[in-house]
Design a protein around this ligand. Structure first.
Ligand SMILES: Nc1ncnc2c1ncn2[C@@H]1O[C@H](COP(=O)(O)OP(=O)(O)OP(=O)(O)O)[C@@H](O)[C@H]1O
Ligand SMILES: [Mg+2]
Length: 451
């Protein structure tokens, strides 16, 4: 796209001359009076303006210097070159002090002014790029706890920024350890509810018979042990966000109640008679495929659709490229400080091993492996052995057969772990039948207990 230049001059001859000279390289617009000039700046956003400082204007109209100020308010990076008469040097300097890029004294030498324009636009491009980068740094800063600069994590940041300020329900999905809770927290922190509570409840960790009271509270005497009235997590999160972790584990009869809350914004305490209005935003997370659960009738379809309007899909660590090392180094620094070990670094073979490993347990697994390495290491360099990873040394000669078996075993084990040892899903993922998968497991003696 061509850069847009606006020429503001009341002398038609000058406008025509400049137009003619610049039209090849730029999109040239022109105005002979302040009103028209302002309109063009507002609607067309030229990158550069050539502004006649002595523009003849009526009393009511802004003069050249006033126009300059207004333009810069509209676009602070706009490049404005003042065109002056030979006796207007003082005015020209004043314009520069007010933010004009440069001035140029008539009569106009077209070749000279072209060079000035080119340079101005070049500087402007650098400034815009610089602005974009600092905005990006600032944006990253908002997600300070979330580490990662890979394109798919950038996508996540962008989505979080977009949905956070709305009150929309968000479903966060991703393999275990991908940072679902961290993402939920980021949404809360970037929302208007940031100053209010962020309440987490892990639906899979609480016995089903206690879960209802945990979520919704109970009245005194609601059941045998209910000696006192108790407020549930929903009410605790009033004004803030409730994070329903592992929502896939929620029993069906409680799913109805969550659905009701999403529709009516009302809950009922166990043993209570009155519905209670609660203002809470719901963020739910799961590492299961809720659609599968829907198919198996263990998850209500209507609730699924309510929850999944906005779905945040966190990528597995193995798809985040260099983020692996970025995270590894961040954890290394964190744990070095925590365990008072100074100057720890990764050996080259460790970095290679980190990059080559499949990370079925994602960021959590990486975090754990680094913690363990920091505790175990004796020297200053973390080696693959400290990490519990095999060195990728090429000097150990393996036969093709051995390599094949090793890789096969590793992939199968990882797939099973990824799918929580669900054979059907793991087999599907690996592109083999269940029988074949059983055979392979048998062949390599892969058992869940080994994990
Ligand atoms: N991008 C990231 N940057 C820094 N730390 C991360 C990142 N992602 C995850 N973590 C860390 O990894 C650990 C696991 O993250 P989190 O608990 O959010 O994952 P999860 O997806 O909820 O896992 P699970 O499914 O097992 O509950 C936490 O200690 C978290 O701080
Ligand atoms: Mg979690």
């Amino acid at each position: 796209m061509k850069d847009r230049i606006l020429i503001i001059d009341d002398e038609e001859g000058i406008r025509t001359q400049l137009c003619w000279a610049l039209a090849g390289e730029y999109e040239v617009l022109q105005a002979d009076a302040p009103g028209r000039a302002l309109e063009i700046v507002r609607t067309q956003g030229p990158q550069l303006v050539l502004l006649d400082i002595a523009l003849s204007t009526s009393q009511a109209e802004p003069d050249g210097l006033e126009l300059l100020a207004t333009f810069l308010e509209i676009d602070p990076l706009m490049k404005i070159v003042m065109v002056t008469g030979h006796d207007e040097r003082a005015n020209a300097l004043q314009a520069i002090a007010k933010g004009a890029y440069d001035f140029y004294a008539k009569p106009i030498d077209l070749e000279e002014i072209k060079i000035i324009i080119k340079r101005a636009l070049h500087i402007q491009r650098l400034e815009r790029e610089n602005q974009r980068l600092s905005e990006e740094i600032e944006r990253r800063h908002k997600f300070q706890e979330i580490i990662g600069t890979s394109p798919n994590m950038d996508q996540i940041y962008r989505t979080i920024e977009k949905v956070a300020p709305t009150d929309a329900t968000v479903l966060v999905v991703g393999e275990s350890g991908t940072g679902k809770e961290l993402a939920a927290l980021a949404i809360h922190h970037l929302s208007t509810r940031a100053a209010k509570p962020f309440v987490t409840i892990n639906c899979g960790a609480i016995p089903p018979n206690l879960l209802e009271s945990e979520l919704f509270g109970h009245e005194r005497g609601a059941f045998t042990d209910a000696h006192i009235q108790r407020i549930g997590k929903f009410e605790t999160s009033e004004g803030g966000t409730i994070f329903l972790d592992e929502i896939g584990e929620l029993p069906l009869q409680l799913q109805v109640k969550i659905l009701r809350f999403l529709q009516e914004r009302e809950i009922e305490r166990v043993g209570g008679r009155e519905p209670i209005l609660v203002d809470a935003r719901v963020i739910a997370a799961t590492n299961k495929s809720l659609l599968d659960e829907v198919r198996h009738k263990t998850f209500r379809e209507d609730l699924y659709y309510r929850l999944s309007v906005i779905t945040l899909q966190l990528p597995p660590l193995r798809e985040r490229g260099q983020d692996i090392l970025l995270l590894a180094r961040a954890f290394l620094n964190r744990f070095s400080a925590e365990y008072n070990k100074s100057k720890l670094t990764f050996s080259a073979s460790s970095e290679k091993a980190l990059m080559n490993y499949g990370w079925p347990g994602n960021v959590r697994e990486l975090e754990n492996k680094i913690r363990r390495a920091v505790i175990l290491t004796l020297g200053n360099k973390i080696n693959p052995y400290d990490l519990g990873l095999e060195a990728h040394d090429t000097d150990k000669r393996l036969t093709l057969q051995e390599i094949r078996e090793k890789t096969e075993r590793k992939h199968v084990q990882e797939a099973l772990k990824r799918h929580n040892w669900n054979i059907t899903n793991a087999a599907k993922d690996l592109g083999v039948s269940r029988t074949t998968l059983y055979d392979i497991m048998e062949k390599y003696q892969i058992k869940k207990e080994q994990d």
